[in-house]
Design a protein around this ligand. Structure first.
Ligand code: ZN
Length: 303
């Protein structure tokens, strides 16, 4: 009996050990299971937080997750938001700078006024050019310069460019021979010098260089170092006197953006000065600068 009880006791002891071992194993297993489940919950919570933050979709390492998640997400949102603001503000800045860039460099037009000076129109034109901080070039006729010397002086003082357009503006006279052409231009050049002290070589042939300036005319012109300037925008202000020349000019100017220089033909006429402000307003608000021609520039000439 005693043997059996002892054996039983021994067995019971072994069984107890096994039981204890089993319980310990169960506890360990439960602990690991719990740890695993809670870890996954943490991960899930964390990834949700990150998704709502929408700043960083990169899965954080477990080390980062174990170290207080809310703090981490707070930090990322704190850091991310100012960064985002900074990024967007720099994008806005660079966009506005890009938008300003063409205003500063690219879009330049050269306003040229022929046939003046005119006792009324010239003053109005000069005042408008001042108002819009615009510079222009005037190709003038000798008789008109002699009648309006103060205007010529005023043009010089205001920083505009002075050039010549001849004496008669009569095709049968100015283009009678190369000598006639050169003589008319030189008379006008001398007048500008007498009135303003300026020595100019800038010449606009009446009605443009085509078809009148043939090779013989060109040769004579070159001998006297004339710089012939035609135009690539014909406002037709002499014809569209009701102000329609403004729209006509704007259409052509926009077709030439990127193919500068843009040289606009206008005239010192009252019907032009009456509507000139519309053109200056459009050009200014669309980022064009209005500059005067310089003798160092490559002239625009009809081909
Ligand atoms: Zn003319």
């Amino acid at each position: 009996m005693s043997m059996t009880t002892r054996r039983k006791y021994r067995l019971n002891k072994k069984g107890k050990v096994a039981l204890i071992f089993l319980v310990i194993m169960l506890i360990i297993l439960t602990y690991f299971t719990w740890a695993l489940v809670s870890n996954k919950k943490v991960e899930a919570v964390n990834s949700n937080l990150l998704k709502t933050n929408s700043t960083n979709y990169e899965k954080p390492s477990k080390e980062l997750v174990d170290k207080s998640i809310p703090e981490k997400s707070d930090k990322t949102s704190e850091i991310a938001l100012p960064n985002e603001e900074k990024v967007t503000s720099t994008i806005e800045e660079s966009e506005s700078k890009e938008a300003e860039m063409p205003m500063e460099t690219g879009k330049i037009v050269y306003l040229t006024f022929d046939d003046g000076p005119h006792p009324i129109a010239s003053k109005e034109i000069l005042n408008l050019l001042d108002q819009y901080e615009a510079k222009a070039t005037f190709f003038m006729l000798e008789p008109n310069m002699k009648r309006n010397k103060e205007v010529v002086k005023n043009m010089k003082e205001k920083g505009h460019t002075l050039g010549v357009h001849g004496v008669t503006h009569d095709v049968s006279k100015v283009y009678k021979s190369p000598e006639n052409f050169v003589n008319e231009m030189n008379h006008a050049i001398d007048s500008i010098h007498e009135i303003s002290g300026i020595d100019t070589h800038l010449v606009r042939a009446p009605y443009g260089s085509k078809p009148y300036i043939t090779s013989k005319f060109k040769e004579a012109s070159d001998n006297d170092n004339f710089i012939l300037w035609d135009w690539n925008v014909d406002s037709r202000d002499w014809q569209l006197t009701n102000g329609d020349f403004v729209e006509n000019t704007i259409t052509q100017v926009n077709q030439l953006v990127g193919k500068e220089p843009i040289v606009i033909l206008l005239h010192e006429k009252e019907t032009t000065s009456a509507h000139l402000e519309e053109l200056l307003q459009y050009l200014t608000s669309n980022g064009f600068k209005m500059r005067e021609i310089h003798e160092s520039m490559i002239p625009v000439q009809f081909k």
